[in-house]
Design a protein around this ligand. Structure first.
Ligand SMILES: *Cc1c(COP(=O)(O)O)cnc(C)c1O
Length: 395
């Protein structure tokens, strides 16, 4: 063909992490068909949707089967019943939002990737390591990216200290609790970021996908911090707490105060969504409403509790063995320092060979991930017990 392509895709490269893991595991199991592999690498939930959610979805399916209650296109930004449920959820954190500031979507991943369309040629600050979508979507858009190193020295929680920031604003990504490190920003730290963003005219994109895992008093929403409405967009999802990874429902909050270049970001995002997105299915939105109800919330916290029991089993083995790690407290992820090697892929191979456990090499989440390794708590209690026993021998 003679068409011109988006040259930026050359700099994104192949997404190689999970295919490389799959190929190494396949090679190992071919050579050792008797090995019972335990997968602690997945970033996907395993428990089913809860009864409140499935019964609401069943009722919605029945409505769709009747001429009198059938629904076609959903309102572009979400049904009122769901916007109100999300608004009530924020009210529990003491955060007041208008429903016109909430945009229901089919996933935090889509919104994280799509929101880059709203911005011009800014410098983008991205934590390293972090969820790879932030970097890749900005590379696809041809943006200048600078990394915020998350290291043992800063407790895996980079702060704005030392950032220049004079003249122009940054686009700043914050993921708290973080994937993959499990590190969580406390109130003072988030206040420092909000203060920095307001002083420099920067925008924070706050990814709260693991909000429900927070158990230690850290903020669940960036809007718990004074001044955040003037500098932050928040993206949240039902994937990791309500088990919606395959059902798909999330939302993005864009406060009315956010303006740049004389334009309202809230109006811009609305325009973008109305043009390129046609809404989340009615059945799914009814399920999401149920997940956010009092009963649904209780059930979802039961799912979170189940996963967090896994996290604490894994964490206690690491503690007992003197392995350096973070996470596993307000996060389903454990981020450990590789032992016996500085290479997270070498560690991957050794853990696979000696303990038949699959995890995720830290190098896959950014340069600063090298030398680290992610374990997840999304497995069953039985598999995690077995993994914990094997890890006790391994370390
Ligand atoms: C899983 C995950 C998401 C994706 O959420 P979806 O709503 O399923 O698209 C977003 N951000 C982070 C940090 C995640 O780990």
């Amino acid at each position: 063909m003679k068409i011109k392509i988006n040259e930026n895709y050359r700099s994104v490269g192949k997404s190689y992490l999970f295919s490389e893991i799959a190929s190494r595991v396949a090679k190992f199991t071919a050579a050792h068909p008797e090995a019972r592999i335990i997968r602690l690498g997945i970033g996907d939930v395993t428990l089913p949707l809860t009864p409140a959610v499935t019964s609401a979805m069943s009722a919605a399916v029945a409505e769709m089967a009747e001429k009198s209650t059938f629904r076609g296109y959903a309102p572009e930004f979400g049904y009122d019943f769901l916007l109100e449920a999300i608004k009530r959820r924020y009210a529990r954190f003491g955060v007041a939002l208008g429903t016109s500031e909430i945009f229901v979507s089919d996933g935090a991943k889509s919104d994280v990737g799509n929101i880059t369309e709203l911005f011009g040629d800014n410098t983008v600050l991205i934590p390293d390591p972090v969820y790879p979508v932030y970097l890749d979507s900005n590379l696809m858009a041809g943006r200048r990216v600078e990394f915020l190193p998350a290291t043992e020295e800063n407790g895996f929680l980079p702060m704005p200290d030392g950032l220049r920031g004079e003249g122009e604003g940054y686009i700043i990504y914050i993921c708290s609790p973080n994937n993959p490190t499990g590190a969580v920003y406390d109130r003072e730290m988030l206040a420092a970021w909000v203060d920095f963003a307001n002083r420099t005219g920067s925008l924070i994109i706050f990814d709260a996908a693991y909000e429900a895992y927070i158990s230690d008093g850290c903020p669940h929403s960036i809007y718990e911090i004074e001044g955040a409405r003037g500098c932050a967009v928040e993206i949240c999802s039902l994937s990791k707490d309500a088990g919606f990874t395959g059902t798909r429902c999330s939302w993005t909050v864009v406060p009315a105060e956010l303006t740049a270049g004389g334009m309202s970001l809230c109006e811009m995002w609305g325009r973008r969504q109305a043009t390129k997105f046609n809404g989340v299915p009615y059945v799914v939105q009814r399920g999401a409403e149920a997940a956010l109800s009092d009963r649904g919330r209780e059930e979802c916290l039961g799912l979170v509790k189940y996963y967090m029991e896994n996290a604490s089993k894994l964490a206690s083995v690491l503690r007992e063995r003197g392995v350096t790690f973070t996470g596993g407290v307000s996060s389903p992820y454990i981020w450990l320092k590789c032992t016996g090697t500085d290479s997270s892929w070498e560690f991957f191979d050794r853990l696979l060979t000696e303990a038949n456990i699959v995890g995720t090499p830290g190098a896959g989440f950014g340069k600063c991930g090298e030398g680290y390794f992610r374990l997840t708590a999304f497995g069953s209690h039985e598999a995690t017990d077995e993994a914990a026993a094997r890890l006790r021998t391994f370390f």
